[in-house]
Design a protein around this ligand. Structure first.
Ligand SMILES: Cc1ncc(COP(=O)(O)O)c(C=O)c1O
Length: 382
């Protein structure tokens, strides 16, 4: 009677691991969200706008002050002047934006290239659009692009390439040289680019974010997606933006208006106020998270886990071979949750075909120092 459109999917690994952490009382370093408070001024602005009556529908494309703040920030950081009316759209979360972009651009039978490990929302969105995913694995151990395989993955049916930098789950960064190479690869194709840059501000050791927004050849064929949730410690606000040229923005909005219509009004006002009043937040953010990364890596140093400090995102991969080489990473994530009392995410779930012998789990270090200390103590006791 019922034919599922997504027959292979159950609940996501993030829901599963968070549930298991709650059941077992484990410290939850699995799902990516902070366990500390967002900036007080941001919370106060949200409360003020709720009280002052910003409680009805926002414009479909997002409130003007927030679109203008986004355009201003992009001009400052990437040197591109966007028309905030026609090139910036405020969305209820990056996930909604990725979904709408894929529905808007992918026709039945089109191919979409995903670089594995890839964020888990891309492939189901492609399937629902009637498209076919072509999975190209990133290279081990540094999760760099395998240019030969990427080139071979293109066909006349390729409609879209999805990239993600800083990269979840590895933390790897796409460089400006990579973008140049990508531009050369796309030059003679009809493919568009969907660039997931939700961790755009979480980059460490003085490295710069190589955004598609800064690339003159790529931007005209791209949609760039970001999330205020990651930047302002408010993942539960599910508010993000898409920057894209007017023709692509128009197509995105055709779908967005019938998926959610608009984002949450008072939160958009709060973010616009905070961005205007506190530009220093973005300058401080990399230092704030780099300190957490360094603390976590230093604390787990004596444990049997092996890790290379992550260059971006708030995720840290760790090789657990020295503890339980007999367990695959899904079993190991569960074992760590039950036995060590620390929940992690297995990274094989981000692959269509995980590499053989993958022995990596992902920890989220967007946590209070005290949480990181407690988790590390447990991991060091293994
Ligand atoms: C790579 C990537 N893209 C998109 C998202 C979704 O962002 P949002 O919470 O704004 O929907 C996430 C969240 O974890 C992510 O890691």
């Amino acid at each position: 009677m019922l034919r599922s459109k997504l027959p292979d999917l159950g609940i996501t690994i993030f829901t599963r691991m968070t549930q298991l952490a709650q059941e077992t009382g484990a410290i939850n370093l699995s799902q990516g969200f902070p366990d500390f408070a967002p900036p007080a001024a941001l919370l106060e602005a949200a409360a003020r706008h709720l009280r002052d009556g910003q409680n009805q529908y926002a414009p479909m494309i997002g409130i003007a002050p927030l679109r203008e703040q986004v355009a201003r920030q992009i001009a400052r950081r990437h040197g591109r002047q966007l028309d905030s009316q026609h090139e910036v759209t405020i969305v209820p979360g990056a996930t909604e934006a990725l979904f709408c972009a894929i529905q808007a651009l992918v026709q039945p039978g089109d191919e979409v290239i995903l670089l594995d490990p890839s964020y888990d929302s891309y492939a189901p969105a492609v399937h629902l659009a009637g498209g076919r995913c072509v999975h190209v694995p990133l290279q081990q151990p540094d999760f760099s692009i395998d240019w030969q395989r990427l080139q071979e993955a293109f066909s006349p049916r390729t409609r879209l390439l999805v990239i993600n930098s800083p990269h979840n789950p590895s933390g790897a960064l796409i460089t400006r040289a990579d973008l140049d190479r990508l531009a050369a690869l796309l030059r003679d194709t009809h493919a568009l680019l969907l660039s997931d840059e939700v961790y755009e501000h979480l980059i460490y050791d003085g490295a710069q974010h190589a955004s598609v927004l800064a690339h003159d050849e790529l931007y005209p064929r791209a949609l760039v997606v970001s999330s205020f949730g990651k930047t302002y410690h408010v993942t539960g606000w599910k508010t993000g933006y898409v920057a894209a040229p007017p023709t692509l923005t128009a197509e995105l909005r055709k779908v967005h208006q019938f998926v959610s219509f608009c984002g949450v009004t008072p939160l958009q006002h709060a973010l616009a106020d905070f961005m205007a009043a506190h530009p220093e937040h973005l300058d401080e953010l990399p230092h704030f998270y780099q300190a957490k990364r360094d603390l976590f890596c230093q604390l787990i140093g004596p444990s049997p886990l092996r890790h290379v400090p992550t260059p971006g995102t708030y995720f840290q991969l760790a090789d657990y071979r020295a503890i339980r080489d007999d367990l695959d990473d899904v079993a190991m994530a569960e074992w760590l949750t039950r036995e060590a009392g620390v929940a992690a995410i297995p990274i094989s779930v981000f692959y269509r075909e995980p590499p053989k012998g993958l022995r990596l789990v992902r920890f989220c270090f967007a946590k209070q120092d005290q949480t990181l200390q407690q988790a590390a103590e447990r991991l060091c006791a293994l």
